[in-house]
Design a protein around this ligand. Structure first.
Ligand code: UN1
Length: 496
């Protein structure tokens, strides 16, 4: 294969590309090769970025929203033209297989056009006033400067969920992507620039560790932090934002379950589980990591899953035959290995998988074989904690009611799913499952961008990414009263 040039990426501040003094290597997780250098930005870069954003935002907010949206239409078109090239870069830096990388770029394309449409809506409300000759309405206004912190597992999709609504609503952005996947951030920013986004409206800074993130969270001129990432970091961000009365939107993972009832189409359920558990090598917040299975169909479901796993080729995602790409880095591998040990110690039965199945040349990359534990109890650590790898735990249950209880007995509440042919169970499940996303007769993954994405309990703090609901994070509601009576009219008092 032709060697790619190692390129040094740069910050983008006030419309200028600025290299940083220090860099870190970006490693292709499929091969262990260095593919780029990511700048390690300083607090000064954050300061410059925030100043630029603050200044640019004032002008940007005055541009009519339909014109702001034109930038997103052009962004969507450019993304579409470059979809294949971007998907390949995404596979190289993140490892996900090419088919999924194309899907992820498509998600950003869809989000660009969807949010561009909002330029001609951004609906507010008109409301009758209680007084005569008085007009009342609620309008959305931009908040100001938005700090966006995005993870490596969906580097362009999640960035688009957050930045496109922020931009169309008239805000400016300071964006810190994950250092593992800076190329997508670099490419998306270049596309926004080419699409005509005025300088300062999008600013890009990079950083591992907490320097850059902390500087953003603490900065008094950043009014909103939108974060997707780990629970620990998210809670720290929330605590600091709480102290500063800064609005914060958090999305922090899941322990998603697929419920398989005894009347389910087992072939369909097995397909759904395989896609949700092993797609993106299990490195999705929405990944299925628990299967809550009715005891009557447990053995048959195990057999079907084992048969399907045999066809999952593990390897470099650039190879179209491959279905399971690498884990993002060695730390990720070590974490998954530890959970395999924990599961065995807890008394779960390892049906298939484990690190030992990775052999030969694959050892050079960060690969992990699709793994199933069975006879797991809902209270075990492997059934409670987020593993972020291709590991799924089968938990047998005796009834529908028990399945719902097991589903709900985890700290997270992102996504859940049920396979059943019983319409009553379908409706009871969509009411009783306590997650932000519920699927019926489909696996836990695959959100569509025009629906709200997010979860309950430890998954977040009540806000949603994507969907029209994302606008609630990036706008304030302003109540506007216009009194055209020409006299003093007091609410509550001068009402006849
Ligand atoms: C995430 O892992 O945080 O709907 C996002 C899905 C993907 C996005 C997952 N498109 O599962």
């Amino acid at each position: 294969m032709k060697q790619m040039d190692t390129k040094t990426l740069a910050n983008y501040i006030n419309g200028e590309w600025m290299e940083a003094e220090h860099t870190a290597p970006v490693i292709n997780p499929a091969t262990g090769e260095e593919i780029a250098k990511v700048p390690l930005s300083s607090e000064q870069h954050v300061e410059k970025a925030v100043q630029a954003a603050k200044k640019a935002q004032k002008e940007w907010a005055l541009v009519p929203a339909p014109q702001r949206a034109e930038v997103l239409y052009r962004t969507g078109t450019l993304l579409r033209e470059q979809k294949e090239r971007l998907a390949r870069l995404l596979t190289m830096e993140n490892g996900k297989v090419l088919e999924e990388a194309r899907g992820e770029v498509q998600e950003a394309i869809d989000m660009a056009f969807y949010m561009a449409g909002e330029g001609r809506r951004l609906f507010g409300q008109t409301t009758p006033s209680e007084l005569k000759d008085k007009f009342a309405m609620s309008v959305r206004v931009p908040v100001g400067v938005i700090g966006i912190i995005t993870p490596w597992n969906f580097p362009i999709a999640i960035a688009s969920w957050k930045s496109f609504p922020a931009i169309v609503a008239g805000n400016a952005v300071v964006w810190k992507p994950a250092t593992e996947t800076p190329m997508m951030a670099y490419e998306l920013t270049k596309i926004l620039e080419e699409a005509g986004l005025p300088k300062g409206v999008m600013n890009l800074v990079f950083g591992s560790g907490s320097t850059v993130g902390d500087a953003m969270v603490h900065h008094p001129n950043i009014q909103v932090i939108s974060f997707t990432g780990s629970n620990e970091i998210g809670r720290n961000i929330a605590a600091e934002c709480g102290r500063q009365l800064k609005k914060v939107s958090l999305e922090m993972g899941g322990k998603n379950a697929v419920i398989v009832m005894d009347d389910a189409d087992l072939e369909l359920a097995a397909d759904g589980i395989i896609w949700s558990a092993y797609g993106t090598s299990g490195q999705r917040c929405t990944a299925c990591s628990r299967v809550i299975v009715h005891e009557k169909v447990k053995v048959e479901l195990e057999a079907r899953l084992l048969a399907k796993i045999k066809h999952l080729t593990v390897g470099n995602g650039l190879n179209e035959e491959v279905k399971v790409g690498p884990i993002i880095n060695k730390r990720g591998i070590e974490k998954i290995k530890r959970y395999i040990e924990i599961g065995v110690e807890e008394g779960a039965r390892l049906l298939t998988g484990g690190y030992e199945l990775i052999e030969g040349d694959l050892k050079k990359g960060n690969y992990f074989a699709p793994t199933i534990f069975t006879d797991v109890k809902g209270t075990m650590r492997i059934a409670q904690e987020e593993i972020f790898g291709p590991v799924v735990s089968l938990i047998p249950v005796k009834s529908f009611q028990e399945a719902i209880e097991v589903n709900n007995c985890v700290e997270f509440g992102l996504s859940s799913s049920i396979f059943t042919q019983d319409v009553n169970k379908v409706f009871r499940a969509q009411r009783d499952l306590d997650t932000g996303i519920v699927y019926v007769n489909a696996g836990t993954t695959g959100a569509e961008i025009h629906l709200p994405f997010g979860g309950t309990k430890g998954t977040g703090n009540g806000h949603r990414d994507s969907g029209i609901q994302a606008l609630d994070v990036f706008t304030e509601w302003r109540a506007v009263y216009v009194d055209y009576s020409g006299k003093l009219q007091r609410a509550q008092i001068d009402v006849e």
